[in-house]
Write a protein that binds this ligand. Structure first.
Ligand SMILES: [Zn+2]
Ligand SMILES: [Zn+2]
Ligand SMILES: [Zn+2]
Ligand SMILES: [Zn+2]
Length: 390
């Protein structure tokens, strides 16, 4: 192999990769790109761990730490795993954003770096091949993969005239460190940019999050599902949930370790729907219809008669024979409380069984389709990273 670092080749390969797989918008959706690259797949340490245990790969239970140690070369962030029995290569990444020092931007960079090793055909034959490389070869590979990663995540032809660290971080979803290195390159080494330029790149909206703020906030759920119909994010207790906004059935993923997957797959698209502030038992402290300050013991508003708890009604649509004219249902009767679930203040539907919520049935919440139309016309809500649990 060559003894020199192939800087230009590495950067140009990154641009060619974006062009070949028709990736035009940034922040780059890494999962979308990897999906399109033949013989390359991606899996978190946790997913790999689950799969190995399901296949009873060993008599012993395999832990996430074992995967990190033995399959990912001990890497905290990501690693490349070449299958010995096929042409396939898997990028393994650490989705545990609660581990110390790990941010989603750092994992993004590491994944882009591993794509670099793959695309540049670095000769890691097996997971332990690194030992077979001389240290100078290893350093060359690392630098080439880094040059590839920086270009892949931040192709300079998309830059505006005024580039700053904070702008790059927001527009490309990269770490402070990666943005600083890019700004440094631009000012001190403008020759160190890819010589190939593609013009069709564009920036999308920065990734922002719309997380409901009430006590049932998504942070308390174990499973999460993104709905492509209404773009809402719904939390639930099992892998099967119903969209809280539009009612359709969804397959949820475990949140605890895979917020990274949600971030990569749907970041920037999640839509926030209006909600009514409720306590942890679904009770509104102010009447959502007339604004009266009700007491915690009131089931119905003493002024306008609205039922004050958001709960499952067991009614699936307005044609349901049990759906009585609005205002005449005795919501407090057990027979009218569906699966019994108390619901968050944004729920139009019960995420557990898909029935209408009592707030939706009383027309206290706007329908999702109406709000989606309005939301798409106005700018996204500004929610900072500080709202996220890491
Ligand atoms: Zn590497
Ligand atoms: Zn939906
Ligand atoms: Zn009222
Ligand atoms: Zn229900």
């Amino acid at each position: 192999m060559s003894k020199n670092i192939r800087w230009t080749l590495a950067r140009n390969r990154a641009i060619q990769t974006l062009g070949k797989f028709s990736i035009e918008t940034f922040p780059l959706q890494l999962f979308k790109l990897i999906d399109k690259i033949p013989h390359l797949a991606i899996m978190s340490y946790l997913e790999m761990c689950k799969q190995l245990n399901e296949q009873a790969y060993s008599n012993n239970h395999i832990s996430v730490d074992w995967v990190q140690e033995h399959l990912a070369d001990g890497s905290q962030d990501a690693a490349l795993l070449k299958m010995s029995n096929s042409k396939d290569t898997i990028i393994l990444y650490n989705s545990d954003l609660f581990a110390s020092g790990i941010t989603k931007q750092r994992i993004r960079y590491s994944i882009a770096h591993e794509i670099g090793h793959f695309v540049l055909r670095h000769n890691f034959q097996t997971m332990i091949a690194r030992d077979g490389l001389s240290s100078s070869e290893y350093i060359i590979y690392e630098k080439e993969a880094d040059a590839f990663a920086a270009t892949l995540l931040m192709p300079s032809s998309t830059f505006s005239n005024e580039v700053s660290v904070s702008k790059l971080r927001e527009q490309y979803d990269v770490s402070k460190q990666a943005a600083e290195i890019m700004v440094d390159t631009l000012t001190k080494k403008p020759f160190a940019l890819p010589s190939i330029r593609l013009q069709n790149f564009r920036l999308s909206k920065p990734r922002k999050y719309a997380i409901p703020s009430d006590p049932f906030s998504l942070l308390g759920f174990k499973y999460y599902a993104y709905c492509s119909n209404c773009r809402g994010l719904t939390g639930g207790d099992s892998p099967k949930v119903f969209c809280a906004y539009c009612g359709c059935e969804l397959k949820a993923i475990s949140y605890e370790f895979d917020f990274f997957k949600i971030h990569e797959s749907f970041g920037g698209q999640i839509m926030k729907y209006s909600e009514i502030k409720v306590d942890s038992s679904g009770h509104a402290d102010t009447c959502p219809q007339c604004g009266f300050g009700v007491s915690a013991n009131d089931l119905y508003c003493p002024i306008c008669g609205v039922f004050l708890i958001n709960q499952c009604t067991g009614i699936f649509n307005a044609d349901d024979p049990f759906a009585m004219p609005q205002g005449r249902i005795s919501f407090e009767l057990e027979s009218n409380s569906g699966c019994g679930k108390k619901l968050p203040g944004y729920a139009r539907y019960c995420s557990h069984c898909g029935a209408s919520s009592s707030f939706a049935l009383q027309h206290l919440l706007k329908s999702w389709s109406q709000e989606k139309k309005q939301n798409l016309q106005t700018a996204p809500l500004d929610i900072s990273d500080d709202d996220l649990p890491f």
